[in-house]
Design a protein around this ligand. Structure first.
Ligand SMILES: [Zn+2]
Ligand SMILES: [Zn+2]
Length: 382
């Protein structure tokens, strides 16, 4: 089938209106608003840490040290805001950025005392949202600008705001997702085996990581495949596939039902393996970074590694609406299970020309949230 298919090159027209160019004040404007908004969120998180930060994350970072970074964030927001007046354009963005930052200062700025936090049952991951956003912009957006697959694709591409909303939603819900995931894994207590734990913990950490990756990949492969091949599950997962331009933010789009179920399922093998915390931490970091990278607009081919790991080219094909790519490349970490179960599609040098679903989904968050219900209702009526 592959040999007959005529692969096309993806074409993206120049988008003068939405691109960032130096010297216009637009970069300063957006930077000022972004930093102002993040600073304000951070100030709230320092004021109400029990409700707005994540227990798991608090153990990892030094909140007082982060206040130093917050200080720079606030001053840079003001600086960029003023810069928009120097350029004389996009002043409205500058005013918004400065306003948000001043509000942050009024609410305590970077001097709010950090003390012990009394944990509450459910909190919003504002800290996780801020750190993940800064990290993603710093690493992945930079890579996309330095090594783009499609140079003409702009940061403010179609529906960037919708995906940013998904990004915020999924990061804020981190505590709920973790609680739900752990709760589900605890149903598998009956399958826990001290003998398995002993064996797993007796091997070196790197081997434990390999074991975790393979077990998680197996579970994620079948979960993903079911979402594609079971008719009434597809509308939930179709939300993730409704993105039509790929970049670091595109991977955030996903129905909350899928986000929760995926996390709950992957928690089961992790729980049953009983690996060391170091191995688990390495896996979680690897999985999180890989999940963003494979959606990125980057041209790396990764040499021989692409025959082992899921790479951007591999996952871009998974998002393609072209015929030979439909229902292929389900794996999340390695390409092993796609190879094994005959769902591997990787035409050497080619990349997709089109992304998205063959039947277009609603283009709003609410429309996509309700899409599974609407679809299943149609199926029942038929
Ligand atoms: Zn999929
Ligand atoms: Zn994806």
């Amino acid at each position: 089938m592959d040999t007959e298919y005529q692969y096309r090159k993806r074409r993206i027209a120049l988008d003068r209106k939405n691109e960032f160019r130096f010297g216009e004040g637009k970069i300063s404007g957006y930077a000022s608003v972004a930093l102002g908004l993040l600073s304000l969120l951070a100030v709230f998180a320092y004021r109400y840490p029990a409700y707005l930060t994540t227990i798991e994350l608090r153990q990892v970072y030094d909140a007082e040290y982060l206040q130093e970074i917050l200080k720079y964030g606030m001053y840079f927001s003001l600086f960029f805001g003023v810069l928009t007046f120097v350029f004389g354009r996009h002043r409205r963005l500058g005013v918004a950025g400065i306003g948000l930052t001043l509000l942050g200062f009024a609410l305590g700025g970077y001097n709010i005392p950090v003390g012990p936090v009394e944990p509450v049952r459910l909190s919003l991951g504002v800290d996780w949202l801020i750190l993940a956003f800064l990290g993603s912009v710093g690493v992945f957006m930079t890579l996309e600008k330095l090594f783009p697959k499609y140079r003409n694709q702009v940061i403010l591409r179609q529906e960037w705001d919708l995906d940013l909303f998904y990004f915020c939603f999924n990061h804020l819900a981190i505590s709920a997702i973790l609680i739900y995931g752990n709760y589900h894994a605890s149903h598998f207590d009956w399958a826990l085996s001290p003998a398995v734990h002993d064996v797993v913990q007796s091997v070196p950490v790197w081997l434990q990581v390999v074991l975790i990756v393979l077990c998680a990949d197996f579970v994620l492969y079948w979960e993903h495949r079911l979402y594609h091949e079971v008719r009434w599950l597809w509308p939930v997962h179709a939300v993730h596939h409704s993105v039509e331009q790929m970049d670091w933010l595109a991977g955030s789009r996903g129905h909350f039902f899928q986000v929760f179920s995926e996390r709950a399922l992957v928690m089961i093998p992790l729980y049953l393996l009983g690996a060391d915390k170091t191995a688990l931490d390495i896996y979680v970091a690897f999985a999180a970074l890989q999940a963003i990278l494979i959606h990125c607009n980057v041209r790396f081919s990764f040499g021989f590694l692409k025959y082992i790991f899921v790479t951007p080219q591999f996952h871009h094909w998974h998002h393609s609406s072209e015929k030979p790519a439909i229902d292929t490349n389900y794996s999340a970490h390695t390409v092993l299970f796609d190879r094994l179960f005959n769902t591997y599609h990787m035409p050497e040098k080619h990349w997709p020309a089109d992304y998205g679903t063959t039947v277009r989904l609603p283009r709003t968050f609410l429309g996509q949230l309700l899409h599974p219900l609407v679809s299943v209702r149609k199926m029942i009526k038929r």
